[in-house]
Write a protein that binds this ligand. Structure first.
Ligand code: ATP
Length: 268
């Protein structure tokens, strides 16, 4: 992989892009995955490339739901495996009841095996979804196939970087859905019970820490309520504010400079 100086102002973005480009060459990621990443980068740019207070709250709620769940599952596609294998392994260490299942829009047995291999190399010992036998109703194509030991029996499904049809279909069969998606307008963010509007790696790292903290607290039995629409509105308000500030700055730069007043010369 190309090396970049850490001092580069866009170091993290360059590293992530290079990681995805490598993953494309090895067949882990498909070209369409790069386009999805580009859209996410644009939203991250607009959101200020950091976890907002509102996204932190969503992550806290997600941690609570995952700890309450009996059969929580994280659904993993090519981009997620390429970008966040170690973070997923860390999340499983924090929550051993969490199952990890491969789910691919562009599925071939070879690609599913590559995603599983990447996850195992990162430290995930059990990977489901290699031979899915159950179908989620209303989802044609291989996307609808799920593992009977995983998503088929899950009560809570964590779907990072998902598409709207699948999120809606999971909701229709009664799953509680937590999404990680930088686009607050996507159908996934709209359909999810808890939309975490944040970048994948940042969100998963924080989620593992929150899960550990939650497990140290007295255990709850029910799912605390979460207002997903308010979370999405917060993200849109952040974008709005940042754009307004940028426009203001531009406005003040474009405005004619105020006339310079010279101090009047003293007459002698
Ligand atoms: P929808 O159907 O939900 O409206 P879509 O079909 O356009 O969305 P996809 O092309 O499936 O969405 O892309 C998945 C989503 O994942 C996009 O909304 C994108 O913003 C988001 N995404 C991609 N990469 C990341 C990332 N690294 N972190 C967070 N979100 C990401």
């Amino acid at each position: 992989m190309t090396r970049f100086p850490r001092s580069h102002p866009r170091y993290r973005s360059l590293v992530i892009r290079a990681r995805l480009a490598d993953a494309l060459r090895t067949g882990l990621v498909v070209p369409e995955g790069l386009i999805a990443h580009g859209r996410a980068e644009a939203f991250d740019y607009l959101l200020g490339e950091r976890t907002s207070a509102s996204a932190s709250k969503a992550i806290q709620a997600a941690a609570r739901w995952l700890v309450v769940a009996r059969f929580p599952v994280i659904s993993v596609n090519g981009n997620v495996a390429a970008l966040a294998g170690p973070e997923i392994a860390e999340l499983v260490r924090a929550l051993p009841t969490l199952s990890v299942e491969v789910n691919l829009f562009h599925r071939t047995p070879g690609r599913a095996a590559r995603v599983a291999a990447r996850l195992r190399a990162a430290g995930v010992s059990q990977v489901l979804g290699l031979h899915p036998t159950v179908r989620v109703p209303g989802l044609p194509s291989d996307r609808g196939l799920v593992d009977r030991r995983g998503i088929a029996r899950a009560d809570v499904v964590l779907v990072p970087l998902e598409d709207g049809d699948r999120t809606q279909a999971l909701r229709r069969i009664g799953k509680r859905v937590i999404a990680i998606d930088l686009n607050p307008l996507s159908r996934t963010s709209v359909a999810a019970d808890i939309p975490v509007v944040d970048e994948l790696g940042r969100a998963l790292g924080r989620l593992a820490r929150e899960v550990r903290a939650e497990r140290r607290r007295p255990q709850r039995r029910s799912y605390p309520a979460f207002d997903g629409a308010a979370a999405r509105a917060d993200a849109l308000a952040t974008i709005n504010r940042r754009l307004a500030t940028a426009l203001d700055r531009r406005g003040s730069r474009a405005a004619p400079a105020p006339p310079r007043t010279r101090p009047a010369r003293r007459r002698r």
